[in-house]
Design a protein around this ligand. Structure first.
Ligand code: GLU
Length: 295
């Protein structure tokens, strides 16, 4: 498949950890096994989470592991005009509306309705501002997850997880596409940029699988192509949750890159590869990937 374009899209909130290398490696192997291109995109929109220097550290860690973008990495903070334009198009189509609710207010409504027992349960936006702001100042912009009075249900197929479905209205609720702090939401930016970069295949961690229906919904609304999706197994931290900075994930150790790659490959259910160099390891791993994940 000559037209394959894949990507790895790290957030520069810190160095890569063991879990992020799994996603990076999987997306790279899938691209190479398909004879395709592999791009890196720096997702730096959530400025409060950005860490100074993280982008260079991430690109350095990737390079040591032999994973180098086929083009100059795309940096999302340079793409604001494109997100503005997408939002205008969605507004013109009557798909977005301003919301004046704070997080606390959303929570209070859900508690009152008996939908929220515990503080950190997934919050399904109850549609408070759908019918208008009722005098409240606008904070964020939300995307409708209903068509008239019908819930929108997205059905899709993941190359590893199989058939999936999600009722967006009931499981997510109208979701934020532009935040109260003016920052464009990940869901909108990722869809605009996957299309802009011509991404045909998305390979990323399973923690993002439940975001995919929101992204597919946006692609369909905007008439954008739908990439194929493969969500990779996660690396778990000592607390049993997905490895993240919050549960003490330490920076990926690239002092022995073949060992680091080997560890990531085990998570991807690839056999152990005996190789002396990163290049040699990667080409053997590309064949193993094809045999395991490409039918
Ligand atoms: N930037 C996101 C993250 O680091 C990944 C986005 C994606 O692969 O779609 O979690």
């Amino acid at each position: 498949m000559a037209s394959y374009v894949g990507r790895f899209a790290p957030t520069p909130s810190g160095p890569l950890h063991d879990g992020s290398l799994v996603a990076a490696l999987a997306s790279w192997l899938d691209a190479r096994a398909h004879g395709g291109r592999w791009l890196v995109r720096i997702e730096d929109l959530d400025t409060p989470r950005n860490e100074l220097g993280a982008e260079q550290i991430i690109l350095g860690q990737l390079a040591i592991c032999g994973l180098v973008s086929d083009e100059e990495p795309l940096v999302q903070s340079t793409r604001i005009a494109a997100y503005e334009e997408a939002l205008v198009r969605l507004a013109e189509a009557g798909q977005v509306y301003p919301c004046g609710c704070s997080r606390r207010e959303v929570e209070q409504v859900l508690v009152t309705l008996g939908f929220l027992q515990e503080r950190d349960e997934e919050r399904v936006y109850p549609g408070t501002c759908r019918a208008g702001l009722r005098g409240k100042p606008a904070r964020s912009m939300r995307l409708l997850t209903v068509l008239g009075s019908e819930d929108i249900t997205i059905r899709w197929s993941d190359r590893r997880l199989g058939r999936q479905r999600q009722n967006l209205a009931r499981e997510v609720g109208d979701f934020v596409v532009k935040r109260a702090d003016g920052i464009f939401a990940y869901q909108l930016a990722v869809v605009v940029d996957d299309a802009f970069q011509g991404i045909t295949h998305v390979v990323r961690g399973e923690d993002l699988a439940d975001n995919t229906p929101r992204q597919i919904h946006l692609q369909r609304l905007m008439g954008l192509p739908e990439p194929a999706y493969l969500h990779t197994p996660l690396v778990m931290g000592a607390d049993g949750n997905k490895l993240s900075k919050q549960n003490g994930a330490t920076a990926l150790d690239v002092s022995d890159p073949v060992a680091a790659l080997q560890k990531a490959a085990a998570v991807l259910q690839l056999p152990r590869i005996e190789a002396l160099s990163v290049t040699e390891w990667l080409s053997a791993a590309t064949r193993a990937w094809g045999a395991r994940w490409i039918s």
